[in-house]
Ligand binder design. Structure first.
Ligand code: SF4
Length: 148
């Protein structure tokens, strides 16, 4: 579970994305909160980052980079965070992840497009992609609203 959806203040601006559908799940599911950007070594707060000309798969394959709003290359932190999330998921036998849509780490079907303008493109974030590539089902908090 993306930790920000549970109300942890791990978002780039030091805030969270508390989600009522996620909170409802707490009564029936065992949820493990993770923030891949923090696990990868990013500070909080931090400048927002986006994937430039690609998606999480491109980043993992070395074809694309993650850049923050100051123009700094933060790719290594995003890859390290994704690897840590995968390690945790495999260690704990996790089969399904609920991740925050549009994040360059957690986005499932949609991510910001690298222009820092709020526009999005199809594709997955780095952590969502590494989980899917290793057989773990990923859905977003928006899928929860739709009853998935
Ligand atoms: S990396 Fe994921 S868990 Fe962390 S703040 Fe961003 S969307 Fe939330």
């Amino acid at each position: 579970m993306s930790a920000c959806l549970l109300g942890l203040n791990c978002k780039y601006n030091g805030k969270n994305n508390l989600n009522s559908e996620v909170i409802k799940l707490l009564s029936k599911e065992r949820l493990i909160p993770v923030c891949p950007e923090q696990l990868g070594g990013c500070p909080t707060p931090r400048p927002p980052s986006e994937i430039i000309e690609g998606d999480g798969e491109d980043v993992l394959n070395g074809r694309s980079r993650v850049i923050n709003k100051n123009g700094e290359d933060v790719t290594q932190y995003f890859i390290r965070g994704a690897e840590e999330v995968l390690r945790l998921a495999q260690t704990m036998g996790v089969k399904k992840a609920i991740l925050k849509e549009r994040s360059p780490s957690c986005g499932n079907c949609s991510i910001y497009d690298g222009s820092f303008s709020g526009r999005t493109r199809r594709g997955s974030g780095v952590s969502a992609q590494i989980l899917k590539s290793n057989g773990i089902t990923v859905i977003s908090e928006e899928d929860l609203k739709n009853g998935k």
